[in-house]
Write a protein that binds this ligand. Structure first.
Ligand code: PLP
Length: 390
């Protein structure tokens, strides 16, 4: 048997490694507390589950869905965009349901990348942008995300010859893993850059509904001209605690949506109808309900940041996303520091270098852990002392 080189080239999915380590510790009877994966512990809202119960009984929903989804779902997405961002999109031409944002992000590469083409990819970044590029034979040009630039790529630092060969630029705000938000005016520069170099903009807005301190994340599509050059990916996973149900959507440029539809209709058969009905119910949730949920994460954010600061780390509270991204002391690599936390404090965090070279020197802690486990974990952390180096 001879596998394609893409199977061997790709590093193991970050969390596979982490899950293996946790399992090994737990087998030894150790109570490991994981701040690793961003997977909401808060359940899917009751009325959304009730909608599944109801629609699961309906015979037509037992059959193949359409790849472009139920017309009612597309309309619900357009209505949600209007309510949430004040943007009007055409439900049939400018929206497409996804089997989670991850599916759409992975498949989007097939719409643009030929062997040897370039994708502009943030580093650190969600790994699917680069893996999707490699799977299609493309190359990544890494755009460093640096604290001094507000964790936003410096578009002026991209050489013209690279920009001219690039087919897509990947962006993600609120950002995983850094927790950064897009600064006002940044997307205007992105639209200008994309037009100048004929690049498609893929904005991953999977964390658009998880924000703190009264901040409401913006949509890339609010920027004048954005819909001419790009699409935005949304996920109901984090927005409505629905990771297990696999639902998201792409919204934006009509030509990109049709290209994605060509890929998807040939490779998958869409989102089960009953799950789309759940999504419609979820998108109707009141802002008060979302704010209440975000207040839980905000409280956890404050506790995590406070404890990290107490042990001497330079943690800054993020305004959005589910993550606290913090620098580790000089002299440790992310992998060493993560291993120390697991070995000495029985705590799992994600090493920053798992998101790219520029994530080296950082760790990420997820807020999707029950209050009880979080307090247990933070108690272990407060007792832990960072070993001195040298
Ligand atoms: N985009 C980012 C930045 C993510 O962090 C994640 C999940 O962690 C996803 C997309 C995947 O979302 P979904 O669950 O909708 O596939």
């Amino acid at each position: 048997m001879k596998f394609a080189s893409r199977i061997e080239k790709v590093p193991p999915y970050l969390f596979v490694e982490i899950s293996r380590k946790i399992a090994a510790k737990r087998e030894q009877g150790i109570d490991v507390i994981s701040f690793g994966i961003g997977d909401p512990d808060i359940p899917t809202p009751d009325n959304v589950i009730e909608k599944l119960r109801e629609t699961a009984l309906d015979g037509p929903n037992h059959r193949y869905p359409e790849t472009d989804g139920l017309p009612e779902f597309r309309q619900a997405v357009a209505d949600w965009y209007q309510r949430r961002f004040g943007i009007s999109v055409h439900p049939d031409k400018e929206t497409l349901p996804l089997i989670g944002a991850k599916e759409g992000i992975g498949h989007a590469a097939l719409c643009f990348i030929e062997p040897g083409d370039i994708a502009l990819v943030p580093d650190p970044g969600y790994p699917v942008y680069s893996v999707g590029t490699w799977f299609t034979g493309g190359e990544c040009h890494w755009m460093p995300l640096l604290g001094e630039n507000g964790w936003m790529p410096d578009l002026d630092a991209i050489p013209d010859e690279v920009a001219d060969r690039a087919r897509v630029i990947w962006l993600n705000y609120p950002n995983n893993p850094t927790g950064a938000i897009a600064e006002a005016g940044y997307f205007e520069k992105v639209v200008e850059f994309a037009k100048e170099h004929d690049i498609a903009v893929m904005h991953d807005a999977s964390y658009s509904e998880v924000a703190f301190d009264g901040y409401r994340p913006v949509s890339f599509l609010e920027t004048p001209g954005a819909i001419d050059v790009g699409v935005e990916f949304h996920s109901l996973s984090k927005s409505y605690n629905m990771t297990g149900w696999r639902l998201g959507m792409a919204v934006g440029n009509e030509d990109i949506i049709s290209a994605l539809m060509v890929i998807k209709s040939n490779l998958d058969s869409g989102v089960p109808n009953a799950i789309q009905y759940m999504g419609m119910e979820a998108m109707e949730l009141s802002q008060e309900a979302i704010d209440e949920r975000n207040a839980i994460y905000e409280r956890r954010r404050d506790r995590v940041v406070q404890t990290l600061q107490e042990i001497g780390l330079d943690a800054i509270p993020p305004k959005a996303s589910l993550y606290v991204w913090t620098r580790i002391p000089e002299g440790f690599t992310s992998a060493e520091f993560t291993a120390l936390l697991l070995d000495e404090a029985d705590i799992v965090v994600t090493p920053g270098n798992g998101y790219g070279e520029y994530g080296e020197g950082y760790i990420r802690l997820s807020l999707t852990i029950s209050d009880e486990d979080m307090e247990k974990g933070l108690a272990k952390l407060s007792e832990w002392r960072i070993p001195s180096k040298g």
